[in-house]
Design a protein around this ligand. Structure first.
Ligand SMILES: Cc1cc2nc3c(=O)[nH]c(=O)nc-3n(C[C@H](O)[C@H](O)[C@H](O)COP(=O)(O)OP(=O)(O)OC[C@H]3O[C@@H](n4cnc5c(N)ncnc54)[C@H](O)[C@@H]3O)c2cc1C
Length: 437
């Protein structure tokens, strides 16, 4: 086994990175800064950015994936500055809330607002201090109490009103239902810096689309787009076989879904056992032109429960004056490869939630609000929010994964290691490079 941490620095090593999303490109940037000269990224699609995916309709930009960053998302903001990619302050605070029938829900009463504020300052802040370890990259050395589902943790810690507010950013943004998601993910995501950034409205968007940031960063690196990896063999060297040929590397950084490594890499028994535990959600973005719809971003808290899976949880009104809206739908399907992996090594695509049903739900919802869907421009299924459940977290999933970092010259990064957010996934990549390279 390679000596992981004391690996002598050899800047001539050939390093392969799987995936040219935020994680892969942040790793490539960090390696470049250290002076590594031979870094190659393998990207399955013909573009960089992964879940930062932006499109144009009538010369206006829309986001199909990530849309906003907060001030504490240091790495993507630093890269935007370095490569002169424009950002601007997001106009947050004009959101509306409607029930499942599309009727507007009145604002929280003053009393409830005060309760939420109390729970935030006097209870939640103390909780964050107690579990300070979550401020570090990754999820190592977790206390068993933070592996509990967040709804249960919130009840036990008397922060249920605050938890209702958090659900806007949890379920609304595609990160499970509160009665399922382990608390560690919530505490990492809703850290104090993020909360302060939201309160101070230090939230940013990319007027030309967040994908543009990664397209720009990608120009600085050697990326093999449209790579179909058919085999990875790890021995003294790492051999990567794609439909374009075979290449050898000294080290490998994986930022792509770990469960999919089971399909083409010579994985160890331990890797197999861990990767099969990872779950994903089928989170969907539906970009539509809607006539006579409300000119605001909106949340539908009634749909934040499993029983309402397949109904919109949120819509985003990005371009003022344009009737184009992104609707977000969470389904209750686990679409992990681990769950559907079979002997013939094929994916079971039928597991994804029925699109016709989702569009039908959406159209009915919009009609209830006196509006009409004119056309659907895009329907994207995201294999989203790689995570593990309470039991696996309690069984030390993350400590085990951390222990195999560097085995067979392989390092793992990406969303599962540090939460599904651009800032977090980038942070972990930088952490891996600083620690092991
Ligand atoms: C609808 C939506 C809204 C979001 N909103 C926000 C937001 O506002 N703010 C925020 O911070 N985050 C947001 N996120 C989350 C954020 O987009 C992701 O967490 C982040 O972009 C993940 O980056 P990554 O590089 O880890 O993974 P990915 O972006 O998934 O990148 C992985 C890359 O690997 C490639 N790949 C996969 N398999 C292979 C393979 N076998 N071989 C080669 N390449 C492969 C993929 O094509 C992809 O380019 C949102 C996500 C979604 C879906």
């Amino acid at each position: 086994m390679e000596n992981k941490q004391n690996n002598k620095i050899n800047l001539n090593q050939r390093i392969a990175i799987l995936g040219a999303g935020a994680a892969g490109l942040s790793a490539a940037e960090a390696l470049k800064l250290k002076g590594y000269k031979h870094v190659t990224l393998f990207e399955r699609t013909d573009h960089a950015g992964g879940k930062c995916l932006s499109i144009e309709i009538n010369k206006k930009n829309y986001e199909l994936g990530a849309g906003i960053l907060t001030k504490n998302n240091i790495i993507p903001l630093r890269l935007a500055k370095k490569y002169k990619v424009a950002i601007e302050r997001a106009d947050i605070g004009h959101s509306i809330f409607v029930n499942k029938s599309g009727r507007q829900i009145p604002q929280q009463s003053l009393l409830l607002k005060l309760k939420v504020l109390w729970q935030l300052i006097f209870r939640y802040r103390r909780i964050l201090k107690k579990y300070k370890v979550l401020e570090l990259p990754g999820f190592d050395n977790l206390d068993p109490s933070v592996t509990l589902p967040f709804a249960q943790f919130a009840k036990e810690n008397k922060i249920t009103d605050l938890a209702d507010v958090f659900s806007l950013f949890l379920t609304g943004f595609g990160y499970c239902y509160a009665d399922h998601v382990p608390t560690a993910y919530v505490l990492k995501y809703a850290n104090w810096e993020t909360i302060v950034a939201y309160l101070k409205k230090q939230v940013y968007i990319f007027p030309k689309g967040m994908q543009g940031l990664w397209t720009r960063v990608a120009k600085e690196h050697d990326i093999r787009f449209n790579s179909v990896i058919t085999k990875i063999t790890r021995a003294e060297k790492i051999t990567i076989v794609t439909d374009a040929g075979t290449d050898k590397f000294d080290r490998l950084i994986v930022t792509t879904p770990l469960d999919e490594m089971l399909l083409f890499m010579n994985v160890s028994t331990q890797e197999t056992a861990l990767f099969k535990k990872i779950m994903y959600l089928d989170y969907q973005t539906i970009l539509c032109t809607v006539n006579n719809f409300v000119e605001a971003t909106g949340y539908v808290p009634d749909n934040f429960i499993k029983e309402r899976a397949g109904h919109p949880v949120l819509w985003y009104y990005r371009q003022v004056g344009e009737p184009v809206y992104s609707f977000y739908v969470l389904t209750d399907k686990d679409i992990s490869t681990g769950g559907v992996f079979n002997e013939s090594k094929t994916f079971n695509q039928t597991k994804t939630f029925n699109e016709t049903k989702v569009i039908d739900n959406l159209k009915k919802f919009v009609v209830q609000m006196g509006a009409e869907v004119e056309s659907v421009h895009q329907f994207v299924h995201w294999k989203y929010f790689p995570h593990i459940g309470t039991e696996e977290m309690n069984n030390g999933f993350y400590d085990k994964l951390n222990n195999i970092q560097g085995n067979q010259h392989t390092y793992y990064a990406g969303e599962i290691l540090n939460f599904s957010c651009v800032g977090f996934t980038s942070e972990y990549s930088e952490h891996i490079v600083n620690r092991y390279f």
